[in-house]
Design a protein around this ligand. Structure first.
Ligand SMILES: [Zn+2]
Length: 345
């Protein structure tokens, strides 16, 4: 079978690898039907975070179960499944507490001995906690791009909103117009936010944000964005600031726009960020919460709304490539020509 392999900065190759086989009784084998490239894949692609050359890649995927070990109860052969970006057991105290992203037996796709989702097939370890069946009778091929984001970005955007306590009538600022930020807009709308500012200087991304529920586009960055949002809210700021980038500038914007007593939900993987300004956090009663999304915890809640069509973020996929051309997909996302690239083996 074929799979995408990281070969060093800026270099993705599709190579022949051996077919996966069941190694443990709770393993499953899934034939990938759809996968995609994540913004976080770009960090190692750009040489900004370490990754071993020769490693399998891809952590957002869905497919059809081809084989299961004797202890797998979560899915059967032939089932359509989606898999969270972390592999988790679903049974440890952290998983039972609703935080599978901190599972005691957590693994990442593409780790040593673990397959990556950007390929034709994967072995799924801990299948009982990691496979989520999508009812095939309710799904058409056209709906697949709306379901695939359940593996990561849709749940991550939702997590930002949950951490920032978005609820009916909330005012919200989403910092970041990438796939996660756009999903955070859709998630905020779903939770009942009445006003959603999207900080976006790209007209094409802003247009998708509007479609997902953004009421105000702030085409400024940094202090200018903060000033505009402050002005629009009678200098109060907003109930919830959703930080979906992970840089010093995006954190400063989030702290700049959140009102006294409001909350910041942070899901951008932090890179070179400053310390949390404790003084501001304390004197303005600001709540700060965030981290990797507990995807396995959110899928059961979000999937019904995706199946009903109420929650459709498929517009984040602006390009589709066959697995053989995946390098082209990475390049297009690296150059910010595409928001998110879907890969079909
Ligand atoms: Zn666990």
């Amino acid at each position: 079978m074929k799979a995408a392999i990281f070969q060093g900065k800026g270099k993705i190759e599709v190579q022949e690898v051996s077919d996966p086989v069941i190694q443990k009784p709770d393993d499953a084998i899934v034939r990938i039907t759809h996968s995609c490239i994540c913004g976080s894949d770009l960090w190692y692609y750009r040489g900004l975070s370490p990754r071993k050359a020769g490693s399998r890649i891809g952590h957002e995927s869905m497919g059809i179960v081809e084989a299961v070990g004797t202890e797998v109860k979560s899915a059967r052969v032939g089932d359509l499944v989606v898999m969270p970006f972390f592999i988790s057991d679903g049974t440890c105290p952290e998983c039972l507490a609703g935080m599978p992203a901190a599972c005691r037996n957590r693994m990442s796709w593409g780790d040593a001995g673990v397959d990556g989702g950007q390929g034709e097939r994967v072995r799924v370890p801990l299948a009982n906690g990691t496979l989520f069946v999508i009812p095939k009778d309710k799904v058409t091929d056209r709906m697949m791009p709306a379901l695939l984001p359940l593996s990561d970005v849709l749940c991550t955007g939702h997590h930002a909103a949950v951490c920032a306590e978005v609820k009916q009538g909330s005012t919200v600022v989403v910092v970041g117009d990438g796939a996660v930020g756009l999903c955070a807009v859709a998630a905020s709308k779903r939770l009942g936010a009445s006003r959603i500012f999207l900080v976006s200087t790209h007209e094409d991304r802003a247009a998708i944000g509007r479609k997902f529920g953004a009421t105000d586009i702030v085409a400024e960055r940094g202090d200018d964005a903060v000033e505009q949002i402050r002005k629009a809210t009678d200098n109060l700021g907003v109930d919830s600031a959703l930080e979906c980038v992970g840089t010093a500038e995006s954190w400063n914007t989030a702290f700049g726009v959140v009102r006294a007593g409001g909350n910041i939900g942070a899901v951008g993987v932090p890179h070179e960020v400053p310390d949390i300004p404790i003084v501001k956090f304390f004197w303005f009663n600001i709540g700060v919460k965030g981290g990797p999304a507990p995807v396995a915890h959110y899928i059961p809640e979000l999937m019904p709304d995706v199946l009903s069509g109420k929650l459709d973020v498929s517009a984040i996929f602006t390009k589709t490539v066959p697995l053989s051309d995946i390098a082209e997909g990475y390049k297009a996302m690296d150059e910010r020509k595409e928001i998110k690239v879907l890969v079909k083996p």
